[in-house]
Design a binder for this molecule. Structure first.
Ligand code: XMP
Length: 328
């Protein structure tokens, strides 16, 4: 058995040995726990020879790209490029309602953007005589390793889950997977030891296809903006109430229907936000979370008052199964 301090020492030594004195590594970061911890570990091991890429796909949470830049680059010192590809993603999503289509488009576009950016970094650095990028960082955890061994083919009832890294397996790069022996709680402990702030380490999971699978119907810039604001208010109030760590995942969903409301003496006809919060061990089954009524009341009143285009908020009281955690 090993302690986490021993793990860090051993893993840093292993990364240095694998990469050699000049080896270069690139990796995608999402702002989530796994990719952040993996990136920080790489930075500890090989400094600026690790280069992180964050792709802004236009369906991130409010201010997320900015926050990831601040955390990884400013606070943790990681060499990071943020690529704003929102225009490309949103144009490819135009006219698309089907959830699996949305996932495919976002996955494929992500690969295109990441590969282009990696090539740019490579040629810029090559001209400085820095040598080739040979390695791709993957934030794979132990349960992912097990799942990819035991999961035999597609099933109509299982959503096609893609983590950022998993999409890039076909690049002509060798994989480096520093977290592949760890469970999620161990990654969190590792993150704490590496100086990553607790609110990031404890962050709820966020799907790769982002808000595109939380906007039912068509994904447009204005729909994204509405959902970002509602979601941000929801999470802010959950954090203020001290409930964030009791919930496995919480998020807002934007429904494509309009309902009647009233503001002053005018009738409104606007969209509906659904709030979701679940408790679960492994996300295979989940229960809806029971909020204190006053918290829900405050959240609802803030969203309907502050978010233009929303006049009604509902709370999702469905368990998984038969519902899923996400609405798409
Ligand atoms: P469901 O909706 O299948 O969600 O009950 C279970 C967990 O998986 C996440 N999820 C995804 N994560 N890409 C991802 O990276 C996806 O396409 C995707 N779909 C669902 C969901 O957020 C929850 O944590």
């Amino acid at each position: 058995h090993w302690t986490m301090e021993e793990f860090i020492g051993k893993e840093i030594a292993r990364i240095r040995e694998i990469c050699g004195p000049a080896g270069r590594v690139i990796g995608a970061v999402s702002g989530g726990v796994d990719s952040t911890v993996a990136a920080k570990l790489m930075h500890e091991a090989i400094g600026d020879r690790f280069h992180a890429i964050m792709v802004d796909n236009g369906v991130l949470r409010l201010n997320e790209a900015k926050q990831v830049h601040e955390m990884l680059n400013t606070n943790l010192g990681v060499n990071l490029t943020v690529v704003d590809a929102s225009e490309l993603f949103l144009s490819r999503l135009e006219g698309i309602e089907d959830p699996e289509q949305k996932r495919k488009i976002i996955g494929n576009t992500f690969i295109n953007v990441f590969e282009d950016e990696a090539a740019k970094i490579e040629s810029a650095e090559e001209s400085l005589g820095k040598g080739r990028v040979e390695w791709l960082l993957q934030g794979t955890l132990y349960p992912d390793v097990i799942e990819s061994i035991s999961f035999k083919g597609p099933s109509a009832t299982i959503k096609t889950h893609h983590n950022v890294g998993g999409l890039l397996k076909d690049m002509k790069l060798k994989l480096i997977e520093p977290l592949r022996e760890l469970f999620k709680d161990e990654v969190r402990a590792l993150g704490c030891l590496l100086g990553i702030p607790a609110p990031l380490v404890q962050r709820h999971p966020f799907p790769g296809p982002g808000l595109a699978i939380r906007i039912l119907g068509l994904v447009t810039r204005s729909q994204v903006a509405i959902l970002q604001q509602a979601d941000s208010i929801y999470i802010e109030e959950i954090r203020k109430a001290g409930l964030y760590d009791q919930i496995a995942q919480a998020f807002a969903v934007l429904l494509p229907v309009r309902a009647v409301g009233v503001m002053g003496d005018v009738r409104t006809y606007e969209q509906v936000i659904a709030l979701r919060a679940v408790q679960t061990e492994d996300f295979m089954t989940a229960d809806w979370y029971v909020f204190p009524a006053d918290i829900l009341r405050r959240i609802s009143s803030r969203i309907t008052n502050e978010v233009a285009g929303i006049n009604r908020v509902t709370y999702d009281i469905s368990s998984k199964p038969p519902a899923t955690v996400e609405w798409l």
